[in-house]
Design a protein around this ligand. Structure first.
Ligand SMILES: NC(=O)c1ccc[n+]([C@@H]2O[C@H](COP(=O)([O-])OP(=O)(O)OC[C@H]3O[C@@H](n4cnc5c(N)ncnc54)[C@H](OP(=O)(O)O)[C@@H]3O)[C@@H](O)[C@H]2O)c1
Length: 281
């Protein structure tokens, strides 16, 4: 497993398991399977309503907590809620979180970010993340924050890379964590001929070629899967290397289109999406 170093010196595995849209039972099994086959990084979120299940899987795996890099996210309707970081700590059944994001650039996101800065100073979280930020809201966050974000989570895959946002964050050394690294499983992306031909050359699957492209681009990845074979394969991408020409051939399929396109109004409405964290299994 390869690691990336964050601007605060913390080491983060290049591949983790994502748990978006997984029920608690599915998340518990996927995270357990991932840890058993060698993953040491997990991504969850308050909004996924599976933090408690992720906590159970970490314990059940027997992998020491210090060997796991755990990331979660404060949901937008929790930015003004006292004790929300502590709530995630309790649900995850852990003393610290390696990386905590504010999930959406909505509402009083600076209040949410201040909670992360306070938790970072107290040692409750080891690094700070932002998710889905770009443009004016990112500018505002960067000008008002006291601690620069260590990681940005954003949609990224061979059809789409938000280079403008990545450029805005270069000076502070903020690292990219790619969500939808496999285009949310889109067969058109996965079956692009360039991946099929490279898969044949390297004896890998198309998905493994895409994931290898990500890490060589510098993207940390959190592919989501409930299939044990996919989980295993998605971390098995460190025994080959794409050439510069192959990286360039993959860059050519960029369509500059997102799978997920929320309007400003939809993003702001996330503050109204109330979640009952205590109700999860
Ligand atoms: N910050 C945000 O707003 C945000 C938004 C979206 C996602 N995320 C994070 O990013 C993670 C990844 O996103 P995602 O899970 O939605 O999309 P993804 O990782 O791009 O794709 C997941 C899909 O690909 C399939 N898949 C996985 N491995 C495969 C393989 N080796 N071969 C073929 N198909 C494969 C999975 O099906 P199987 O289960 O059958 O393998 C699943 O349908 C999430 O789990 C979450 O942690 C964050």
């Amino acid at each position: 497993m390869m690691n990336f170093t964050l601007s605060n010196g913390i080491s983060m595995p290049a591949v983790g398991i994502g748990t978006f849209m997984m029920s608690p039972a599915q998340a518990q099994k996927a995270v357990y399977d991932a840890l058993i086959c060698g993953y040491r990084m997990i991504d969850t979120a308050q909004a996924y309503m599976n933090e408690r299940a992720v906590g159970r899987a970490m314990k059940e795996s027997g992998v020491p907590r210090k060997d796991i890099f755990l990331s979660t996210k404060i949901w937008a309707s929790q930015y003004l809620t006292e004790g929300t970081v502590e709530k995630s700590l309790a649900l995850l059944d852990t003393d610290y979180i390696d990386l905590m994001f504010i999930h959406q650039p909505a509402g009083d996101f600076m209040a949410g970010y201040r909670k992360l800065e306070a938790a970072y100073r107290e040692g409750k979280i080891k690094s700070i993340g932002i998710s889905n930020f770009h443009g004016k809201k990112l500018e505002r966050l960067l000008s008002q924050c006291e601690i620069k974000p260590h990681v940005i989570q954003m949609e990224a895959h061979p059809y789409f890379m938000d280079t403008k946002t990545i450029d805005m964050l270069k000076d502070c050394g903020c690292r990219v964590m790619a969500w939808y690294p496999l285009g949310h499983g889109d067969k058109t992306l996965i079956n692009e001929p360039v991946f099929t031909s490279l898969a044949q050359k390297y004896g890998k699957s198309n998905a493994q070629i895409i994931l290898r492209w990500h890490v060589q681009t510098g993207n940390q990845i959190i592919p989501g899967s409930t299939n044990p074979e996919h989980i295993k394969a998605n971390a098995d991408i460190f025994d080959f290397e794409l050439t510069d020409d192959e990286m360039a051939a993959i860059a050519k399929i960029n369509k500059n289109i997102r799978y997920y396109n929320a309007t400003e109004e939809q993003v702001e409405n996330y503050t109204n999406m109330v979640i009952d964290l205590d109700s999860q299994e």
